[in-house]
Design a protein. Structure first.
Length: 244
């Protein structure tokens, strides 16, 4: 079952530790966006150590094997009520170990921010440069933040989340890998012949349908992967590039 087809992606999915643990990546964007869409939260932060494959998954067919390599753990989702100040602290923690490949490095949805790794940990992010759904972060405003239960318990240095009110608890049954699976399975359409998904066809049918034909039949339903658009900006790199 590890090679069962789940769907199709329109871009390579970057899960290299050297990328996902130091900068924004399209896979991080995808997973964080799915967290927001699955829970109705305002924003999401995921510790990049969650994303485990340390490889690039080529565009095209996305299988259960890909899913298990990326998200091998049973990660339950929570929604917390947090202040803007707490969000700022969480992001500061996320970038505090840069440039080491720390699993606490954040991938985000609904958030844009800049960090300067030249500054001391805890002082790397100007709160006035944090945008929450295109609005400047307000310290006293409350936001609904989706995270893994692991982070809600203060792991990876996210101790500021421990006492935040829980809006949706882990007991709700939302599991991150299932949410990602559901996203990709939505790109599969029924076979015209039997009304079943291609991944569920019997062996005889699967043998009769070439990989190329399956790709064509699903082309219009291929899932769009959110590109890297500047949700997370490293100002030291930006300044270096501008100097050339």
């Amino acid at each position: 079952m590890t090679k069962a087809l789940l769907g199709y992606s329109d871009a390579d999915l970057d899960c290299l530790f050297s990328d996902v643990r130091t900068q924004e990546t399209n896979l991080g964007n995808l997973v964080a966006d799915i967290m927001v869409n699955s829970t109705g939260a305002d924003v999401a932060i995921i510790n990049s150590g969650t994303l485990r494959s340390n490889s690039v998954h080529p565009k095209g067919p996305f299988t259960n094997k890909d899913l298990l390599r990326i998200l091998p753990l049973f990660d339950q989702l929570c929604v917390l009520e947090v202040s803007g100040q707490t969000l700022h602290q969480a992001l500061e923690n996320g970038v505090s170990k840069y440039p080491s490949l720390s699993g606490r490095f954040p991938q985000v949805s609904g958030i844009q921010f800049e960090f300067n790794p030249v500054n001391e940990p805890g002082s790397r992010i100007d709160a006035q440069r944090i945008l929450i759904n295109n609005q400047i972060l307000e310290f006293k405003q409350t936001y609904h933040l989706c995270v893994k239960e692991y982070m809600a318990k203060g792991r990876d240095g996210y101790a500021m989340l421990i006492d935040c009110p829980v809006i949706v608890g882990a007991q709700s049954g939302l599991v991150l890998s299932t949410c990602l699976q559901n996203f990709f399975e939505g790109s599969l359409r029924p076979c015209k012949s039997r009304g079943c998904l291609h991944r569920s066809c019997n062996n005889e049918q699967n043998d009769a349908i070439s990989h190329h034909q399956q790709m064509l039949s699903h082309e219009s339903e291929t899932r769009k992967i959110p590109p890297v658009t500047g949700r997370i900006r490293n100002t030291s790199i930006s300044n270096l590039l501008r100097s050339f």
